[in-house]
Design a protein around this ligand. Sequence first.
Ligand SMILES: Cc1cc2nc3c(=O)[nH]c(=O)nc-3n(C[C@H](O)[C@H](O)[C@H](O)COP(=O)(O)O)c2cc1C
Length: 231
Amino acid sequence: MNTAPPRTPPAQTAPTHLEIEPSVLYFGTPVVLLSTENQDGSFNLAPMSSAWALGQTVVIGLGREGQTAYNLGSRPDLVISLPAPAQWPAVERLAPLTGRNPVPAGKPQGCRFEPDKFAAAGLTGEPSHLVRPPRVAGCPIQLEARAERVQPDVSGDFVLVEAVVRKVHADSRIVVPGTDHIDPAAWSPLIYNFRHYFGLGPELGHSYRTRTPRTSTGPAADPALADLAPR
Ligand SMILES: Cc1cc2nc3c(=O)[nH]c(=O)nc-3n(C[C@H](O)[C@H](O)[C@H](O)COP(=O)(O)O)c2cc1C
């Protein structure tokens, strides 16, 4: 069923847009936490928001000098954990940290080396099933994956990673019971919106292609899901 309201003709208005030169174009994408394996067998953890899914592949953009890019260049296994909005303080605790020692010159001022980012963020690793890097406990969605292609971007400042997902773990509270569907009314990504953190607002409508069975009218129907707490 099409839930989009009928189209109304656009009103004539004066020009509404300014030409601006923003320093970043982070227009609001989900935050992911990438677990990767360091050369010494320990594990690195880094927040990223340049990530999107194409079928079973997640495409990720990484700073060329970071430890995550370095790790994926030689050890392709990773876990992509998606935090809930309530976990934003832990994400922000990771923001000024790098697993790279010495800290690369290109990192922002104040960035410091941290060998145990899980502990520094107050997060816990839990074993993965198919890959060596751990999942982040408490993240409602965790994707075990393998970086099948790692290549430079056009600017030379970043690397583009194509990671094929091998196993999906989902908190039972966001899964439609008895199905493989994530309930979009129960799950909210943590959105990085021009360097500010947001969750999702209420549902506006749905695509004609959705196959998710409806079980609730949204988080308001079950207050326990409104701000999915880590467990
Ligand atoms: C919410 C958030 C999103 C970020 N997104 C990206 C990103 O998409 N790509 C990137 O290279 N760095 C991103 N960063 C910055 C990295 O997390 C940061 O450079 C970190 O030091 C990388 O760690 P590493 O050097 O151990 O890999 C983001 C930081 C935060 C807090």
